[in-house]
Design a protein around this ligand. Structure first.
Ligand code: SF4
Ligand code: SF4
Length: 341
């Protein structure tokens, strides 16, 4: 009898992780988002008094990540945070790079102005000028434990990695929503594009799987890192992280220089033999000539759902093997880290 129960639990264990299912559906299909925070119109009318600046946002995001009770792993990793201290960067809403993203990613990708316009009209106020809009982007590095565990895997993600993906997604939604709600209460229009009704991942003929707001591209725009051969963003804290961003009706100054070369930090693109990420990929989705094959990667990642479900009893998919056990996992690699495959 107990064996039958155990087998049934293993086969249907995903039913025990309702929150995980909701999170995955939110990430893929834009479902289950709570209602948008409403603008405090009274505060909006007198909003010119002491508006938050770059320092305020850096502190708000840093405090949220380092002190929030929900930045916490669950059993069997109780007591560990999901993320370390974040990096924070800013981009101007009228930066021409956002129009370029429409060419590179697709016309469906929002500019900060477009998403802010929606939020303004949604709250019955005049949309601000693009130059009065900014993006706050941030990098939340995964812990050394999570990176170490995943680096030891060769086929599927480690339990820490899988759990950090699931809880990290939920945490990111909560903490951005808290900051956006606090700004709206102060009369400052703000919006998290990945929590709006338009957000959903879709397969496009030219781009493959993409969403209308790419945190990676936005983080690049804000000078937080550049793309690696594996398509993760290589930042000064490496490529094992979670990215987030939101849009505000304020003029914030970019605080980080953005390399023109979108691959500036990747050893391979710097002409230094590496491609360790290609060796790490169990799906052969990274090759010297073909770069990162998004289709092969997403197929492999989709298959990881069954593995994580069966092994770890959580409803999440993930992989990240190419972002761990590689020279760019913790930092922007120095030339002497390149060894070549
Ligand atoms: S492992 Fe090497 S080639 Fe791959 S992204 Fe990192 S630095 Fe670039
Ligand atoms: S995420 Fe996994 S499947 Fe995708 S490229 Fe990296 S190692 Fe390969």
């Amino acid at each position: 009898m107990r064996r039958r129960m155990r087998d049934r639990y293993r086969r249907f264990s995903y039913l025990t992780d309702i929150q995980g299912m909701k999170t995955a559906l939110a990430e893929m299909r834009g479902l289950f988002f709570p209602p948008q925070p409403r603008l405090n119109h009274e505060a909006y009318r007198r909003r010119t008094v002491d508006p938050p600046d770059e320092g305020w946002f850096t502190e708000a995001v840093t405090n949220a990540v380092t002190m929030h009770a929900e930045n916490a792993m669950e059993y069997p990793f109780l007591g560990e945070p999901v993320f370390e201290k974040p990096l924070v960067g800013f981009a101007c809403g009228d930066d021409p790079i956002f129009e370029r993203f429409k060419e590179v990613i697709g016309p469906f990708h929002f500019t900060p102005y477009e998403i802010m316009r929606w939020q303004a009209l949604n709250n019955g106020v005049e949309p601000p000028e693009p130059s009065d809009v900014s993006v706050v982007a941030f990098v939340m590095p995964l812990t050394a434990n999570t990176i170490r565990d995943n680096a030891a895997c060769t086929e599927w993600p480690s339990e820490r990695w899988a759990q950090a993906r699931l809880i990290g997604e939920m945490f990111s939604q909560v903490m951005v929503r808290e900051i956006v709600a606090a700004l709206m209460e102060r009369g400052i229009l703000a919006v998290a594009p990945d929590a709006t009704p338009f957000f959903r991942k879709q397969r496009y003929p030219k781009t493959g799987w993409a969403s209308p707001w790419s945190h990676r591209h936005v983080a690049y725009a804000a000078g937080l890192g550049t793309f690696g051969m594996h398509d993760f963003l290589i930042t000064e804290k490496g490529s094992a992280h979670r990215l987030g961003s939101f849009v505000v009706n304020l003029r914030l100054k970019p605080n980080r220089p953005r390399p023109e070369d979108i691959h500036a930090h990747c050893l391979h693109y710097r002409g230094i033999p590496c491609l360790r990420c290609a060796l790490r990929c169990p799906a052969g989705a990274i090759t010297k000539d073909g770069g990162h094959d998004k289709e092969a990667c997403s197929k492999r990642v989709a298959r990881s759902l069954a593995y994580c479900n069966r092994k770890y009893h959580i409803f999440i998919y993930g992989c990240g093997l190419c972002a761990t056990g590689v020279p760019c996992e913790h930092e922007i690699p120095l030339p002497d880290k390149g060894t070549g495959p």
